[in-house]
Design a protein around this ligand. Structure first.
Ligand SMILES: *Cc1c(COP(=O)(O)O)cnc(C)c1O
Length: 388
C-alpha cells in the first residue's frame, strides 16, 4: 500500500520527541535591549546573532523608515526584471569596498547565496570539499549541484588535502565557514588558502559569523587573516547576523559576479530584497566599520565569560568569538539544562543533532554588546548552579 506522507511525517516527529530532539517554535512577544519576553516570561537573551547590537539601532530604524517612505516596501520583482533599485546597487558597492573585493551581489538569505553560488560553479563532474562542520546550506548546496562531495575532519588541513588529492583532475571548490556557527572557532584560513592554491582549487569562505565581528574594521575572518580576493575568490557574508538586518551577498571578481547574475538560480528566480533593507544595511556597515568600540566590548565580554566559566569549572569549547558553546553531550541533558536556565530567567537554546554531531549537544551562548558584564556574571552563576 502507498505510504501516507503526512502520517510518515508525524512518525518522524514522534521518534524525534522520544530522542529529546523535538524543536519548539516560541513566540517572542517583546524585545527590549538584551531582554526578550517569551510565553509571558522576561528572559535575558543569549541566543541572538545580533552581536554588535545593530538590530535595534536608532540610525538603522531611521534609515529603514526613510527608505520605505521613498521606495515603498517590496521591490516587486526579481533583480533582472526591474526589482534592482539603486539602493541595492549602492549596498553592493559598499559591501565590495568593505570586504576589499571587486564586486558584490545581493541574495535574499545566506542559505540562498550558498545554494546559488555553489550550483553556479559546480556540476556533476566536479568536486566540492567541505569541513565536516560547515553550515547545512553549504552541504545542501553541494548536493543540489550534483557534484562529488567530500568532507574533511573539522579544521584539519591535511585531511582537506587528502580529499582534494583523491580527485586530482576534477574542477574543485574548497568551501569552509570562516567562523563555525555552532562551535565559534575560526577556520585555518591561511593554510586552506595555501592548499587551495597548491591544488588549483577555488577557496570559498562563508563568513556569516565573522563579518562585523573579526578584523580591524569588522571586514571579517578573511580580512583578519590578511587574505585577498586572489586567495579567497568566493566570499559569502550574511546581513542578518552582526549587521542586524537580513539578506546576504557573494563578493569576488567582476567575472564571478557577472557569472552569478547569469547562472545563480537563487538570484535569478527570486524577488529582490526590499530596498529599504538595503538602505538600513548601508548604515549598519558604517556603524560596524567605524564604531570599533563594539568589537572591543565584545572581546571584553568574551574574555569575561571564558575566565568566569573556567573559574566555575564550566566546560566551554575553545572559541575567541562571541559564540561560546557550553559542552553537554547528551541531548536530553542539554534540553534539561536549557530549561533550568529558562526558569532562572535566561534564554540559551540547546543545540542538538542534526545541527551538531550525535553526542555533541550543547548550549550555544551568544554574546552581544547588548549584554552588560553583570548579565554575563549572572548567566555564569546560573550555569554553575544548573549544572550541579
Ligand atoms: C546563518 C548562516 C547561514 C544562513 O544565512 P541566512 O541569511 O540566515 O540564511 C549560512 N552560513 C552560516 C555559516 C550561517 O551561520
Amino acid at each position: 500500500m502507498r505510504p501516507d506522507l503526512l502520517a510518515r511525517l508525524a512518525d518522524v516527529q514522534a521518534e524525534r520527541a522520544r530522542a529529546s530532539l523535538l524543536r519548539r517554535l516560541r513566540n517572542v512577544e517583546l524585545v527590549d535591549g538584551a531582554t526578550i519576553v517569551v510565553d509571558g516570561r522576561r528572559l535575558l537573551d543569549f541566543a541572538s546573532n545580533d552581536y554588535l547590537g545593530l538590530a535595534q539601532h536608532p540610525a538603522l530604524r531611521e534609515a529603514l523608515a526613510r527608505a520605505a517612505a521613498r521606495w515603498g516596501v517590496g521591490a516587486g520583482a526579481a533583480h533582472l526584471l526591474g526589482g534592482h533599485r539603486s539602493e541595492h546597487a549602492d549596498l553592493e558597492d559598499a559591501l565590495a569596498r568593505w570586504t576589499g573585493r571587486e564586486r558584490a551581489l545581493l541574495f535574499s538569505t545566506g542559505y540562498m547565496a550558498n545554494l546559488g553560488v555553489v550550483t553556479a560553479l559546480l556540476g556533476a563532474d566536479d568536486l566540492c570539499v567541505e569541513d565536516k562542520l560547515d553550515h547545512a546550506s553549504l552541504l545542501d548546496a553541494a548536493q543540489l549541484a550534483g557534484c562529488a562531495l567530500k568532507r574533511y575532519v573539522h579544521g584539519d588541513v591535511a585531511s582537506a588535502a587528502r580529499q582534494l588529492r583523491a580527485k586530482p583532475d576534477a574542477a574543485a571548490l574548497l568551501a569552509t565557514d570562516g567562523v563555525f556557527s555552532m562551535d565559534g572557532d575560526v577556520a585555518p584560513l591561511r593554510e586552506l588558502a595555501r592548499l587551495a592554491h597548491a591544488e588549483r582549487a577555488t577557496l570559498m569562505v562563508d563568513d556569516a559569523h565573522g563579518l562585523g565581528v573579526l578584523g580591524a574594521d569588522g571586514a571579517g575572518s578573511v580580512a583578519e587573516a590578511g587574505l585577498t580576493q586572489d586567495d579567497v575568490p568566493v566570499l559569502m557574508g550574511t546581513l542578518g547576523k552582526a549587521l542586524g538586518v537580513a539578506g546576504a551577498f557573494v563578493a569576488g571578481s567582476a567575472a564571478l559576479v557577472d557569472g552569478l547574475v547569469q547562472s545563480a538560480r537563487t538570484f535569478v528566480y527570486t524577488t529582490a530584497l526590499p530596498p529599504a533593507l538595503a538602505a538600513a544595511t548601508r548604515v549598519a556597515i558604517d556603524v560596524a566599520r567605524h564604531e570599533g568600540w563594539r568589537r572591543d566590548r565584545l572581546q571584553r565580554l568574551v574574555a569575561h565569560f571564558r575566565a568566569g566559566a573556567a573559574a566555575r569549572g564550566i566546560g566551554v569549547l575553545d572559541s575567541r568569538t562571541p559564540i561560546q558553546p557550553v559542552v553537554v553531550g547528551d541531548s536530553a541533558a542539554a534540553l534539561a539544562l536549557s530549561q533550568r536556565l529558562g526558569d532562572a530567567g535566561f534564554f540559551v537554546p540547546a543545540i542538538r543533532p542534526p545541527t551538531v554531531p550525535k553526542g555533541h549537544a550543547r548550549l550555544r551562548v551568544a554574546l552581544s554588546v547588548r549584554h552588560a558584564e553583570s548579565d554575563v556574571e549572572r548567566l555564569l552563576d546560573a550555569l554553575a548552579g544548573a549544572s550541579r
